[in-house]
Write a protein that binds this ligand. Structure first.
Ligand SMILES: [Zn+2]
Length: 104
């Protein structure tokens, strides 16, 4: 359902056509007629993308045995990388502390 109506542009104040779409732009200044709604849609898309990525490794009851094992493997691998990063950070921090003690 899209109906064309006239709307006053929030940027230049001229009357322009609005079709009710998220990405409708002003005919005169090319500004988005609903900038807040537009950014909200983008935000929604990003959130959906993150959710999809998380779902990718989530175990589903419909998954076969091999698929489950592959997913578990990748999940633990991701955690391994995560822990490795933390360990690396602690190692560097400790090294800096020791070095500053030695210098002082
Ligand atoms: Zn305008």
């Amino acid at each position: 359902m899209s109906q064309i109506c006239e709307i006053k542009c929030p940027h230049c104040g001229k009357w322009t056509l609005w079709k009710g779409e998220v990405d409708d732009r002003c005919l005169y200044c090319d500004g988005f007629l609903e900038p807040q709604r537009f950014s909200r849609e983008i935000e929604k898309k990003i959130v959906a993308q993150i959710k999809k990525e998380n779902d990718y490794f989530a175990l589903k009851p419909t998954d076969g045995r091999i698929k489950r094992e592959v997913k578990i493997f990748f999940n633990s691998f991701r955690w391994l990388v995560y822990y490795f990063q933390i360990a690396f950070f602690i190692f560097i921090t400790t090294l800096l502390v020791i070095l500053s003690f030695m210098a002082g």
